[in-house]
Write a protein that binds this ligand. Structure first.
Ligand code: SF4
Length: 356
């Protein structure tokens, strides 16, 4: 196998069934060979042609000369005391991204990245400190789930529980719209990974025009808004993107977002000590979200030496939650996962050590 950074072979992961058929037809192969390839890549999660033993040896060799299933490779894996695993992954051009596997009793969650770095520079997030290197392709986005499931359960083995996907890793998914939507369709493919769109949550810092676009998509993931502030003054400080799309515009887009019967919009609220965690802040949040079918995830801030914030105390978070619940706004306190391996929210920065 040639060096990953100079390997110019076409990456098949990320191609739809139709695109795979075109690729195989161009190689002079029959459509049923494309179906076999599709089944191997997406349903059985096979990542080397050598293991596709239902294909003739000559075809496997030809495929190996012209293509790879994915260029993504595991660089390192960090395992937390709570079972969370952080995967540092190397893409075809040598850039690195992170994906996090979180085992749950009923269902596993894989948190994936959508961009290498992130341009939004939110003030409480390590990924923002990196800046944007580039967008990820749909194949690279999907490769994270395939590689993580293979590492955890073994190639081709069905995860014993279902899989939830959260696009809350590195990057702002709505700034890589086309690839993200294509990856959601690939996840949902009934002949492939079969991860329904309602099992996929996309988290945005508030790219308002793309929220309207997303509302019109036929295959649509669940939407979460990374809110963390209930007024423009504070949000401008924490989220520079708020200077472009104000809270008013963001909330208007949320109000018009179509929801399924039992669906709620999720608002993520990172609890920052002395910054956004007073009773007054809680009441302001209730007012802001009134009339929206919403739920709020309260996330204790995950500290990093480079960031100037501390998490609110659990006592404060509980008092904050009580005000939301009292006003009929469902809210949940998110247990921090993988803090000891820098895998928690806002900590992803392609680190090579377990923690900073
Ligand atoms: S919080 Fe999300 S959108 Fe903001 S800088 Fe971090 S990765 Fe980007």
């Amino acid at each position: 196998m040639s060096d990953i950074a100079t390997d110019k072979r076409i990456e098949l992961l990320g191609l739809t069934a139709d695109e795979l058929r075109e690729f195989m037809t161009a190689m002079g192969e029959k459509p049923y060979r494309a179906r076999q390839l599709h089944d191997s890549i997406y349903r059985r999660r096979v990542t080397s042609f050598d293991s596709m033993t239902d294909l003739p040896k000559t075809l496997r060799r030809l495929l190996d000369e012209r293509a790879v299933v994915t260029h993504t490779r595991v660089e390192s894996v960090f395992i937390s005391s709570d079972g969370t695993r952080r995967f540092l992954l190397k893409l075809g051009d040598g850039r690195e991204v992170e994906a996090v596997f979180m085992p749950e009793e009923r269902r596993d969650t894989v948190c994936i990245s959508s961009q290498v770095g992130c341009p939004l520079a939110c003030d409480f997030c390590m990924t923002g400190v990196m800046g944007l290197r580039r967008n990820m392709t749909a194949g690279e986005i999907v490769s994270q789930v395939i590689i993580v499931l293979n590492e955890v359960y073994g190639q081709g083995i069905e995860p014993p529980h279902g899989t939830n996907i959260v696009m809350m890793g590195m990057g702002e998914p709505l700034l890589n719209y086309d690839s993200v939507i294509k990856s959601v369709r690939l996840f949902a493919d009934p002949d492939g990974l079969r991860i329904a769109p309602r099992r996929v949550t996309l988290s945005t810092a508030g790219i308002v025009p793309r929220i309207y676009d997303l509302a019109r998509e036929e295959v649509r993931p669940r939407l979460a808004i990374s809110l963390t502030a209930a007024n423009d003054e504070l949000r401008n400080r924490l989220f520079p993107i708020n200077l472009k799309y104000s809270l008013k515009q963001l909330i208007e887009a949320c109000r018009s977002y179509p929801l399924g019967e039992r669906e709620r919009l999720t608002f993520e609220y990172v609890m920052l000590d002395g910054i956004n965690d007073s009773d007054r802040d809680a009441r302001e949040l209730v007012r802001l979200l009134s009339g929206i079918r919403a739920k709020v995830n309260l996330i204790p801030h995950n500290p990093a030496p480079e960031l100037p914030y501390r998490s609110s105390s659990m006592e404060r978070i509980l008092a904050f939650q009580k005000i939301l619940t009292g006003a009929g706004l469902p809210s949940f306190i998110r247990r921090p996962r993988g803090q000891d391996i820098s895998a928690a929210c806002g900590q992803l920065a392609a680190r090579h050590q377990a923690s900073a």
